[in-house]
Design a protein around this ligand. Structure first.
Ligand code: 5AD
Length: 354
């Protein structure tokens, strides 16, 4: 599929033709990653952030956020909760928190590995090469770092303090692959200034970067951000809409371009469609869900975008209901770590070539 084909699908409005896109993506998903849905316990370990990203509620300029950092014990308890729920993976996510030191995180990784069989995914932002190496050596398995947009001008416009560092993220993604991490990235859909062509470039970039995991979700306006105060600025011609439909198209096209990657039905999508967002994404190419295992008292403060906490209510009940919802659409709940088939295949081939 070339760029024009992708753009044509992104513009498609005929529901009958779209049904054929969903069906193709669903068939490719089944053939390459199977019917099991992998669950990842998402543990939001700190909402301190040194960045000023124009779209994100956790930006350091937002004084309305009550900042927290979980203790070592809380993090280990959260990971054990994920294991008890039967999830194969815990995702440790935070803002770019410099006080969450390389050493502290490494020690926590070791402790979680001693207590559980969990795969550990880190999503801690742009960190030093040294930290990334130490964490990998401590036992971390995967790293998530979205590149957010493949358009350099748009990237610079929404990431003020990192302007001069572009293309830091694409570079880091390559470094992470070299360190042996399973690597994930992704973008937001419908950022003001993002055209459909740019979104097509993002999808092509997923494939070029040879990613193991790809997460995409709609941009959701956060009132305490610079992008919210620009909300009345006229949109560009060909602006990508921040809708459920556009997100489903991107998920489906990503599945066609990257058949054996793990692709989550993201929380941001479930915020826009709490009733059926997970199910529709799972039927358009997705095969992963990331339920929240953050201590209930801290969840409100991890305010990347509004509405997140409505998706996950009282932890245990949510877990049971989510599993029922997965089975209700004829899918199974995965047991085990749920490594990306793309990663396993590339590791096998690099062993053969060694
Ligand atoms: N709307 C949707 N997604 C957002 N993210 C950050 N802010 C928003 C927002 N306002 C996403 C970014 C980031 C991930 C953790 O959350 O893509 O990488």
């Amino acid at each position: 599929m070339n760029r024009n084909d992708i753009i044509t699908w992104l513009r498609e409005e005929c529901s009958d033709r779209l049904l054929t896109l969903w069906a193709q993506a669903d068939a490719i998903r089944r053939a390459h990653v199977g019917d099991a849905v992998h669950l990842r316990g998402l543990l939001e370990i700190s909402n301190y952030c040194r960045r000023q990203c124009a779209y994100c509620g956790l930006r350091c300029g937002n004084a309305n956020v009550q900042r927290y950092r979980l203790t070592r014990e809380q993090i280990i308890t959260g990971a054990c909760q994920a294991a008890e729920n039967g999830y194969g993976t815990v995702v440790l996510q935070s803002g770019e928190d410099i006080n969450l030191t390389g050493e502290m995180v490494a020690e926590i990784i070791v402790a979680i590995k001693q207590k559980t069989e969990l795969a550990i995914t880190l999503s801690l932002g742009e960190r030093s090469i040294d930290d990334l190496i130490v964490w990998r050596q401590a036992g971390a398995d995967r790293y998530l770092l979205r590149f957010e947009t493949s358009d350099p001008d748009l990237f610079v416009a929404i990431h003020p303090p990192v302007a001069e560092e572009y293309p830091q993220r694409q570079f880091l993604l390559g470094e992470l692959q070299g360190m042996g991490y399973e690597v994930g990235s992704g973008v937001m859909i419908g950022i003001p200034g993002q055209s459909l062509g740019s979104l097509a470039d993002d999808i092509i970039m997923f494939s070029r970067l040879n990613l193991d995991m790809i997460g995409v979700g709609p941009y959701i306006l956060h009132p305490d951000t610079p992008l919210a105060s620009q909300a009345n600025v006229p949109l560009i011609a060909d602006q990508a809409p921040d809708t459920v439909l556009m997100t489903l198209k991107v998920i489906a096209l990503t599945r066609l371009m990257c058949p054996d990657a793990n692709i989550p039905a993201t929380t941001a999508l479930a915020v826009l469609d709490p009733q059926a967002g997970y199910e529709t994404a799972l039927q358009c190419g997705a095969n992963v869900i990331m339920p929240n295992v953050t201590p209930v008292n801290n969840r409100d403060a991890y305010d990347v975008y509004p509405g997140k906490t409505n998706v996950f209510d009282a932890a245990d009940e949510f877990d049971q209901r989510l599993k029922q919802r997965i089975r209700a659409i004829g899918r199974s709940v995965s047991v085990g770590r749920g490594d990306s088939p793309h990663f396993l295949a590339s590791r096998r081939s690099s062993v053969q070539h060694a």
